[in-house]
Design a protein around this ligand. Sequence first.
Ligand code: ATP
Ligand code: MG
Length: 764
Amino acid sequence: MSDPFDLGAYEEPQAAAPSPSPLAPDWLDALNEPQRAAVEALDGPVLVLAGAGTGKTRVLTSRIANILGQRKAWPSRILAVTFTNKAAREMRERIAALVGPMAQDLWLGTFHSIAARILRRHAELVGLNPSFSIIDTDDQLRLLKQLLAVEGIDEKKWPPRMLAAAIDRWKDKGITPDKAGVGDSGFADGRAPDLYRQYQERLKVLNACDFGDLLLHNLTIFLTHPEVLAEWQEKFRYVLVDEYQDSNVSQYLWLRLLAQKYKNICCVGDDDQSIYGWRGAEVGNILRFEKDFPGARIVRLEQNYRSTPHILAAASGLIAHNEGRLGKTLWTALNEGEKVLVRGVWDGEEEARSIGDEVESLQRAGSRLSDMAILVRAGFQTRSFEERFIQLGLKYKVIGGLRFYERQEIRDAIAYMRVVAQPADDLAFERIFNVPKRGLGDATLQLINRTARAQSIPMLAAARILAETDELKPKARSTLRMLVESFDRWRVLLDQLPHTELVETILDESGYTAMWQADRSVEAPGRLENLKELVQALEQFENLGGFLEHVSLVMENDAGGDGDMISLMTMHAAKGLEFNAVFLPGWEEGLFPSQRSMEEKGTEGLEEERRLAYVGLTRARQRAYVYFAANRRVYGQWQAALPSRFIDELPGDHVEAQSTQGVYGSSAPAGGGRFGTFAYDAPWLTAERNLQSVGRTRDSQGRTIEGSAHPVANDSSAAFAVGSRVFHQKFGYGRVQAVDDNKLTITFDKAGTKKVIDAFVEKA
Ligand code: ATP
Ligand code: MG
């Protein structure tokens, strides 16, 4: 097999000895008519535009198998782009099942990972060394902070995060500093383009790039070096893209350049599942495709193979409320199944309890945990489920964050590795310069920084100079000298020791391991275990560089351990996945649809939220459960919540509404549901009534829908006096014993003494 890195060594497939196709003779039978058409139309541009679960990803996988099976191209000449590393792995496995080990040589990965691979080959064309570091958001912010300080821009008024966002948006659009217009960003009175330019220069000095740069540098190289572009155009005879609706402009330009020669490009996507607009995704790329690739074959798939009719109809009914969509019909041949269950609960705790119970009962009925998922809108929602699952002894994994690699000790250890692998990596150097504490203070750091800047050299090099001069006090000087010498020694060992041993050596000699051994906090043992785990993780890589590359690219976290586990993740992270049972908690106004996205982007934001709801629902094969709570603690504040408008938009025929009142003790006085779907007494109605009865003023802080103000139950001007007689939803009648801000201690006639939130209590 040809080396995928060796651009020069192409062998035409015809030159190889003819061998029978590795594909089973009847393999195409696993496809329906239009799918088969998309799989067989190998030459020329193809756009598969179809709804959720219609087999778009299956089409891509089969297409690659077909190209290989027909010997149309070597695997190393096929470029396939997926949305996550996990999706890439799964796709590779499926292809391997069809065609065998050939699948190993495919250029299959995320936009970022493939762009990084290309950039390493041509780094010098954009002023980088091939060993450049890829920095994360943290480092990016630190760097911007430094720039703002140097420029005398008040970071309180102009937060680095805001600048980072502006720069990211430019990069998403393929805009380099020279083309960035002042009009694009009001940051610091129009100084953003200049700061962007300085930031790019600084990155170059550090021999580093950020995520957005991976694509941007590729574009710069392709546009300024036609011969390099020609090489890659020649290499990639077939280009395939999954989740095309979420590509941004810069990714689109990149694809268009690469596919320009052979025009064998196949993109699959669903405009109804475009959920990354906030990160620069352009659904318009779908419409542009036909224009840029004239004569493109458009394939529509309408049969959904994933979900039962009720789930499919509920999701379709919901997404029909969006106006800006291409519109499509979906049908399924599956049996009817259960309706989507919508359940109202008292609060987040009860929600976690109810879902925990349901999970256990599905388990008792023979379901596996790995066939279930809980999909949340916001990260903070996972905590209550994690706690509940731990209590119940249910194994779970959190997918979608850099959980392991985000831990402090892991980041520190990696910073050491980064400095050793790439001594110009100042951000890493700065992180561990005085970790563990060696008595090198801020003054020393500033001096190093100033020296580095003045001479345009990396900080480690500046430290080396300072260690030889009298700028520093003798003690700091000798400490710094020892640090520099250590890095020199480790750098030599880089070529002599296996990388796992080297890392152990670094952690020991730097005193880093000893620091945690000496630490008496409850977290310390766990941190030491994590460091051990890190060394184990290193073993899976050939060298340190490979590992560091992996760390910078890991976008999702497949939490360690194996066995049967339920998955917890955001709806964003669930794109493309499917589960037998899907739990969708927190469908409340403000939380979902998210207040922020509606405030920032108005109707557009709301429609993106609705697409997210569509993505969430369509992950379910057999069961979908939607939950809403009447009361929610959001960032430490209790808030009375209203059910999401999306609940009301679910077509009534396909939904079964349930309330857990009575089950967990929340009782509700008689009253009619205000949302068409609900004919029962929703707990949120009583919560609202409570607010009115205690004379709360309504404010619209954080919680408005369609212009009407919603109650926010965090007003602490308590209207209860010690000794007053009250009524509480769960616990009934009682007498106030003590008042502490908005917390009341009440002795209830039946339930005993409890501490409760005043918002849930009314005067009796
Ligand atoms: P999404 O929009 O969520 O990414 P998708 O369009 O990519 O969905 P797939 O994930 O490819 O859909 O397919 C959905 C499910 O249907 C998978 O379990 C897949 O194996 C199955 N499937 C797809 N096509 C067929 C088919 N022709 N016959 C039987 N099962 C199929
Ligand atoms: Mg898919």
